[in-house]
Write a protein of this length. Structure first.
Length: 237
């Protein structure tokens, strides 16, 4: 599937330039299997979880679940139930997916719903809220993805709890990835996580969440790894 230009991300860029902390996630982990989903439900007021697809659940433009994501997706399903776990992609389920052909294939392959939305992330909130009738407020949603400018900005704009991960694939395994998205992702990650004053300043202004009071008070990370800085991110370029 060929992705069209994400006009919503471009128009939101001005807001991000003025408020770069919109890109700062609440939690950063290597992959979705390092998230404590039970703590999200029991201590953060989260009722539903959304995952990006490419490089979050699967290799780019593949429909089989990546081995590193299997434990995390199953944990989310066990915790929230199938009706409260879904995919919010900027390809499948959008206008780039006529007839919802790719969306249906992904739903069949992964066993979870793909949310249909006409406006790409960081747009699409209305369709998301319609998809989860048990969610009364966007703060009850958790957005998980590998892109700061789309997944994390989308969640932060609407008060969700945001979880950022590194892309599942790199090098030859990532050859199918959208070339523009891959370049932008590298830049995003280096701005946010490189050990420089700008990145530290942005992270220091991370938006608070309505319920979650921070990692020290309510740990959401299962893994012991420290947040990767520039040296680690180079391996995922």
């Amino acid at each position: 599937m060929v992705q069209s230009v994400n006009m919503k991300a471009l128009t939101t860029l001005a807001s991000v330039v003025r408020r770069p902390y919109l890109m700062a996630p609440h939690v950063f982990v290597p992959n979705i299997s390092d998230v404590n989903y039970q703590a999200l439900r029991d201590h953060c007021g989260i009722k539903a979880v959304m995952f990006d697809k490419d490089n979050t659940l699967t290799a780019p433009y593949e429909n089989s679940l990546h081995p590193l994501a299997k434990f995390g997706l199953q944990s989310a399903l066990d915790t929230f139930g199938r009706d409260n776990v879904a995919i919010l992609s900027n390809s499948a389920g959008t206008n780039d997916d006529p007839g919802f052909v790719d969306g249906k294939e992904i739903e069949e392959a992964l066993g979870i719903a793909v949310i249909k939305h006409s406006e790409k992330k960081p747009g699409g909130l209305n369709e998301v809220m319609d998809h989860f009738p048990n969610v009364d407020d966007a703060s009850q949603l958790c957005m998980v993805g590998d892109r700061l400018l789309t997944d994390i900005v989308f969640g932060n704009l609407h008060g969700m709890l945001t979880v950022h991960i590194l892309p599942l694939c790199s090098g030859k395994d990532n050859k199918k990835d959208n070339k523009v998205a891959n370049v932008v992702r590298v830049v995003e990650n280096k701005i946010m996580y490189a050990d420089w004053w700008g990145g530290r300043k942005i992270r220091s202004y991370t938006l608070g969440h309505k319920v979650w009071k921070g990692e020290d008070e309510c740990p959401l990370v299962l893994a012991d790894e420290n947040v990767p800085l520039l040296g680690d991110l180079k391996q995922k370029d």
